[in-house]
Design a protein around this ligand. Structure first.
Ligand SMILES: Cc1ncc(COP(=O)(O)O)c(C=O)c1O
Length: 397
């Protein structure tokens, strides 16, 4: 049977070789320290769980409006005003089954066949594939480690063609952890407005930001950029609610109404019980978010310092999220026990075999020469991982 041209272009995860080997080792009873984790290692806060139980007991268990409960959209409006100085109405919000689903809906609504979508690399794995699912062309634009992996106005300007429709910005970024300052966003917004393109601003890691960094939501800069921006956020990362599947998109009414069409024929609405839990997450006490953030910051400080200090590794100190993206390319060409490390896939496999630590090779993010380490793991495990990585790398000659 022949599949659609569209789906033929979409690739499965590039991390399969390393992930499959990790699964084999686990099956054999080998203990691994998992630094590939893309979700909080904390439980969902108790007040949120209680709200979900209450929703079930109150029979809030049927379909909601396609765009989400009014109460949840009101909670999102209040959050955007409080945290981001953004004013929206209920018609400019679409609640979906996770931020990933929100991005998919946005791309389906904005992108026509052959439209170009600019994706700065290193990028989150799903962006290029979601663009292909929308029949668009992902245009991968490399950023530099010395620019903290952020796209500059010059690079953006040079990447825009007559076919460019959308720019995707991840702020703070998965996999780099970098966040944009207000000045950097202002400089980018000038190019975006001048060239009249749309932006999808993925702000799912907004709450995980350190050193009192002043997070600015792109759409809050001015009305012209607001008109062109679809802001993506959700409860997954901030409230440790990845399995509840609630994300949201906010933007101009015309864009949101078209995104609603995609959702109405795809999933109808996001899970009712999770929507009620999300109202509590957004409106209830925020102290657990703060506690998690303090712990992530402590782990980032530890892991970045230790990894950067390893001979031959160079690791930026990111402002947010829970990832590090160390440059490990100086190990290419080195060998141990007849095995040579020639690329970041080999490097990740080597760490798996010799240090029993699993990581994600940079190829998954369009970042050959790097690996991604997640510090969404206990301090105890991070300490063990550092010792094992140091030991393993000292053998590579
Ligand atoms: C950059 C980025 N955007 C979106 C998502 C998806 O979030 P959700 O779980 O709400 O779909 C993730 C999850 O890993 C992510 O890293």
């Amino acid at each position: 049977m022949i599949m659609s041209d569209r789906i033929e272009k979409v690739e499965m995860s590039k991390t399969m070789i390393v992930a499959t080997r990790a699964m084999d080792l686990i099956k054999q009873g080998v203990e691994l320290i998992d630094l590939t984790v893309g979700e909080p290692d904390f439980p969902t806060p108790d007040n949120v769980k209680a709200a979900a139980i209450k929703a079930i007991n109150n029979n809030k268990t049927k379909y909601t409006f396609n765009e989400g409960y009014y109460e949840l959209r009101e909670a999102i409006i209040a959050k955007l005003k409080r945290d981001n100085n953004l004013e929206y109405t209920v018609k400019e919000i679409l609640v979906s089954g996770g931020a990933k689903n929100s991005i998919h809906n946005a791309l389906q609504a904005l992108v026509s066949v052959g439209d170009e979508v600019i994706i700065p690399s290193p990028y989150w794995v799903s962006y290029p594939q979601m663009v292909k699912l929308a029949d668009g062309i992902p245009v991968i634009v490399e950023t530099k480690q010395e620019d903290n992996f952020k796209i500059t106005p010059e690079i953006l300007r040079n990447s825009i063609t007559g076919k460019t429709k959308v720019l995707i910005i991840c702020n703070p970024s998965n996999p780099t952890g970098s966040a944009y300052t207000k000045e950097e966003l202002e400089a980018l917004s000038k190019v975006i407005i001048e060239k009249d393109i749309y932006v999808i601003s993925d702000e799912i890691y907004e709450k995980l930001i350190y050193d009192n960094f002043d997070f600015v939501s792109l759409a809050s800069l001015n009305n012209e950029i607001k008109k062109r921006t679809v802001t993506i956020n959700g409860v997954s990362k901030a409230f440790a609610m990845t399995g509840w599947r609630i994300g949201y998109a906010v933007g101009e009414e015309s864009i949101i109404q078209n995104m609603k069409k995609v959702q109405s024929h795809g999933t109808s609405c996001a899970c009712t019980i999770s929507q009620m839990a999300s109202v509590e997450a957004l409106n209830g006490p925020q102290d657990t978010v703060e506690k998690m953030k303090v712990e992530y910051e402590r782990r980032r400080n530890y892991l970045q310092k230790e990894i950067d200090a390893i001979e031959g590794i160079n690791c930026n100190k990111p402002e947010g999220a829970f990832y590090l993206l160390p440059n490990i390319s100086s190990y290419f060409g080195k060998s141990f026990n007849g095995k040579t490390v020639n690329n970041s896939d080999d490097f990740a496999l080597y760490l798996l075999e010799e240090a029993r630590v699993s990581t994600v090779p940079g190829t998954a993010f369009g970042a050959e020469g790097f690996i991604r380490l997640s510090y969404s793991n206990s301090m105890e495990n991070l300490e063990k991982a550092v010792a094992a990585i140091k030991e393993a790398l000292s053998k590579l000659k």
